[in-house]
Design a binder for this molecule. Structure first.
Ligand code: ADP
Ligand code: MG
Length: 151
């Protein structure tokens, strides 16, 4: 299976990469973010929001699980770290199948509820401000997307 690796050396570079990805996103796209605390999932999401022309400040939705923002497309920002029962149907499908872009931090915690086709992005804290970012496209749509942004 194809995967694509990039390296960033500060938070701004991660945000800028996400911003560039955002310009290629369409309604119904789903991005699963994986990585330890502090890896940069929320930093990535902030950049993505900027790329979607969202003006409001994006914060980690720690107590709410899902936050919705409006830009060129709606952004549904989920952080499922505190979802207690991964099998409980919290209505995620409505977001995945909605008119916006969904970003899920700690996505593997609701693995069984994720759409099969998605772009999974792993962020690895290397050292200091260096991060390795691995894009793993699941499905043709996301393969194409990766090819467009990685050049
Ligand atoms: P997470 O949501 O994965 O817990 P955050 O995005 O909230 O992570 O935090 C990442 C922290 O690491 C921020 O303080 C950010 O400024 C910092 N940072 C340093 N270098 C990078 C980088 N290359 N990419 C992303 N974040 C970075
Ligand atoms: Mg976060």
């Amino acid at each position: 299976m194809n995967q694509y690796t990039i390296q960033t050396n500060n938070a701004e570079q991660t945000a800028q990469f996400a911003e560039r990805l955002a310009s290629q996103l369409s309604p119904g796209d789903v991005i699963a973010l994986e990585g330890d605390l502090g890896a940069g999932k929320t930093t990535f999401t902030k950049g993505l929001a900027k790329g979607l022309e969202i003006k409001r400040t994006v914060n980690s939705p720690t107590f709410t699980i899902i936050k919705e923002y409006h830009g060129r497309l709606p952004l549904y920002h989920m952080d499922v770290y505190r979802v207690e029962n991964a099998f409980e149907d919290l209505g995620f499908d409505e977001y995945f199948e909605g008119d916006g872009v969904t970003v899920v931090e700690w996505a593997h915690l609701i693995e069984d509820q994720l759409p099969k086709e998605r772009l999974t992005i792993y962020l690895y804290h290397e050292d200091n401000d260096n991060r390795k970012i691995v894009l793993k496209p699941l499905g043709k749509r996301y393969e194409q997307l990766c090819k467009e942004i990685i050049s």
